[in-house]
Ligand binder design. Structure first.
Ligand SMILES: [Zn+2]
Length: 92
C-alpha cells in the first residue's frame, strides 16, 4: 500500500536520513506489513492531509476489586460425615 500520512513520532527518511518531525507528512510504502518511510525531501511535496492529532491516551480507571468472600466453613468432622457417621459418634 502506498499512502501519505503524518508521522506519529520523530523519525528519519529511509532514503536520505533527513529527520521527519512528529506531525510532518511522510510517504509510506507498506509491503507485507513492512513500512518503508520517505520524507518530503525525497518524494516531493505532500498532498493535502488532515491536521495532525497528537496521541493523548485517556487513562482507564481500574475496576474496583470486590472483597474476597470467605470460603464456607467446613466442620471439623467432615471425614466422618462423608463416611455416613452420625454427629453423635455412633455408626449408622
Ligand atoms: Zn529523504
Amino acid at each position: 500500500m502506498i499512502t501519505w500520512d503524518r508521522a506519529k513520532f520523530d523519525q528519519r527518511c529511509g532514503r536520505c536520513g533527513q529527520p521527519i518531525a512528529q506531525g510532518a507528512p511522510r510517504f509510506v510504502v507498506t509491503i507485507a506489513r513492512v513500512e518503508k518511510v520517505r520524507g518530503e525531501c525525497c518524494e516531493g511535496p505532500a498532498p493535502e492531509l488532515p491536521p495532525f492529532v497528537p496521541y493523548d491516551p485517556v487513562p482507564i480507571s481500574p475496576t474496583p476489586r470486590r472483597p474476597r468472600l470467605p470460603v464456607a466453613k467446613v466442620g471439623l468432622d467432615w471425614r466422618q460425615r462423608q463416611a455416613g457417621d452420625d454427629d453423635d459418634g455412633g455408626t449408622a
